[in-house]
Ligand binder design. Structure first.
Ligand code: SF4
Length: 606
């Protein structure tokens, strides 16, 4: 099918074998690519494996839009079974590596097995070799990347740090020294379990997609680019997210009392204005960077030679919020350093910050001794090192907020769903965020800008919310469902979902049609997203994670917001969940027999 290379590498690290496989057209039509293809591959393997077992597949995938001229089409998607949530999970990263992989002639890599000694994968063109990484094992992700880029000029590098090597359940993968804010659910531990230190993709000669009707496509691209320029959110020169970075969400949520503060015991911080995108720009910003084919340039680079020394990509909104208001640390320089430290160790900074917030509350309430005080930056840095290297009294923070709280017997202090901490919006102030977080296949790891129009407070930063304080449970359920289906489709096409502040569902369907030479309507695209979402849901049910896990921490359901504009509110999840299950056609949260995913198509894969 057009739009694909038609070639995927299958790596068996146990036997050091590299094979290549084609991809059946029926699977691509059903699941598109990226996240959808990964869900199909995981479902194809004979029942879910333990997340860190050698036979558990690690998929590294691109999609049909990767490497095309369509704006923001640059995502690389990891799909795997998560050691943190034990669900199917995906992790989405930008930058340049996805386009390089596709330009060389691969739609992705599936890694199986476990190498006896540390290895890295070197992709050159459409072929791949397994190389020795003994000298890199034990090194931080930054040093590993520099060493590999010295060996492979201009190459793009994905690497794990010590946390992945130690199989820490909140370990991440670092992409060209950054871009890990959407890379959660412990994918770094999956790499470590395969003794896989890095993937290096050589600079490839550009290969243009062959589209149907190039003249019409050019006009279509002009129109889409015009919409991006007219967007109050993502226009490069004036858009709120572009100019101030994703961190600008912190100011909006702080103003509207929806900002996680002190482990969600409060919903705003009196000094939030000193902690967000503007403060970041004033104090530590040194550059704005971007990803392939993206005019937006929302990525930040921060640096300091002061009390903390670092030079790093980020932090984004969720990292700033996790270490800032949620840990009561009013110091963007220190928060940026925490982000750097996590990236070098290969830890998910969002989970790490939220785990420290949990421990700070536990310490304050006398549930933990020798823990941590709110806002103690030096102590935070020590705890991050303990979690990342698995050495020290609080190495258990590497289990994440839920795992660490459980080990202390204080589960209700973890603000987590399915074992992963909620990505930094308070569901009592923003009920749609509650429903979204309760029902996402991979746990509460939804990105605030991916689903920004489900957050009413985001209207302050130019977003047009599709929910209001007056929305009924049924309306909220409808919006959450459509948005989840759309995002699943975009993750399968591998387009950055931030484009949806300007690009319509009809535009995405048209783009997919031009590139794949097949016809797609907006409804068909949403139906594909729904199919992917349901396949993930079925996989999770097969793993033993069913409707009982579609819930929220007790704090959101029963503890009223103590102060501020939402004082007295809890998140009334039950009526939203009922309406949601009805809309999805899932009686009691189970996928009905007549809606089961198309297993015949999946059976033909690989
Ligand atoms: S909007 Fe930001 S994250 Fe998305 S492609 Fe552009 S620079 Fe990358």
């Amino acid at each position: 099918m057009q739009g694909y290379c038609g070639r995927i590498a299958i790596i068996d690290l146990t036997n050091r074998r590299v094979d290549y496989s084609g991809l059946p057209e029926s699977v691509l039509r059903s699941f598109i690519g990226g996240r959808g293809l990964g869900a199909a591959i995981l479902s194809r393997h004979d029942g879910p494996s333990e997340p860190l077992a050698p036979e558990s597949p690690l998929c590294v995938l691109v999609g049909p839009m990767t490497g095309t001229d369509f704006p923001l089409s640059n995502r690389l998607v990891f799909v795997f079974r998560s050691p943190q949530t034990r669900t199917l999970a995906w992790a989405n990263t930008g930058g340049y590596i996805a386009a390089e992989l596709k330009s060389g002639g691969l739609d992705g890599i599936v890694v199986l097995g476990r190498a006896e000694t540390p290895v890295y994968l070197h992709v050159h063109g459409a072929s791949l070799t397994i190389r020795c990484a003994r000298s890199l094992w034990g090194k931080g992700a930054m040093e590993t990347t520099e060493a590999l880029q010295a060996m492979h000029q201009k190459a793009r590098v994905l690497a794990i740090g010590p946390a992945g090597e130690e199989l820490v359940p909140i370990a991440t993968v670092i992409n060209d020294k950054g871009r890990a804010s959407g890379v959660r659910n412990g994918v770094g531990a999956v790499w470590g379990s395969k003794t896989l230190k890095a993937i290096v993709v050589d600079d490839q000669p550009g290969r243009r997609a062959c589209v149907t009707d190039p003249v019409a496509y050019k006009a279509f691209l002009r129109e889409v680019t015009g919409k991006i320029r007219a967007s109050g959110v993502i226009d490069s020169k004036t858009g709120t997210m572009a100019v101030h970075g994703t961190a600008i969400a912190l100011e909006a949520l702080g103003r509207h009392g929806a900002l996680p503060t002190r482990n969600h015991t409060l919903t705003t911080h009196p000094r939030y204005a000193e902690m967000g995108g503007r403060a970041l720009t004033e104090k530590v910003l040194v550059d704005r960077v971007t990803c392939t084919r993206c005019p937006v340039r929302c990525r930040r680079v921060t640096a300091s030679e002061g009390r903390f020394k670092f030079h790093v990509e980020g932090p984004d909104y969720a990292q700033l919020c996790a270490f800032g208001p949620n840990c009561d640390l009013v110091d963007v320089e220190a928060v940026s350093y925490m982000n750097y430290l996590c990236y070098d160790l290969g830890l998910d900074p969002i989970e790490m910050g939220n785990a420290i917030a949990m421990l700070a509350e536990a310490t304050e309430r006398g549930f933990a001794t020798n823990g941590v005080a709110w806002g103690d930056a030096e102590r935070f840095a020590a705890l991050i090192r303990q979690a990342g290297t698995q050495r020290g009294e609080w190495s258990r923070l590497g289990l994440g907020a839920a795992g660490a709280a459980s080990s202390l017997g204080i589960d209700p202090l973890a603000m987590s769903v399915k074992g992963i901490s909620i990505q930094n919006v308070d569901p009592r102030a923003e009920p749609a965020w509650g429903l979204l977080s309760a029902t996402e296949s991979l746990g509460a790891a939804a990105h605030v800008w991916t689903y920004g129009d489900l957050v009413y407070a985001m209207k302050d930063v130019g977003v047009k919310p599709i929910v209001t304080p007056e929305s009924t449970p049924g309306e909220i359920a409808g919006h959450v469902k459509v948005k989840q289906d759309l995002v699943a489709a975009l993750d399968a096409m591998t387009v950055c979902a931030f484009s949806s502040y300007a690009v319509s569902t009809e535009d995405y369907a048209a783009a997919l049609g031009f590139v794949t030479h097949t016809s797609w309507s907006a409804d068909e695209l949403l139906a594909a997203g729904e199919r992917i979402f349901e396949l993930e849901r079925q996989y999770n049910a097969d793993c033993g994670t069913g409707a009982e896990s579609d819930t929220l921490p007790e704090r959101f359901l029963r503890e009223p917001v103590p102060t501020g504009p939402h004082a007295g509110k809890v998140c009334d999840l039950a009526p939203m969940l009922d309406a949601y299950y009805r809309l999805r056609g899932w009686p009691q949260g189970k996928i009905a027999a007549d809606r089961q995913p198309p297993r015949d198509a999946i059976a033909t894969i690989l």
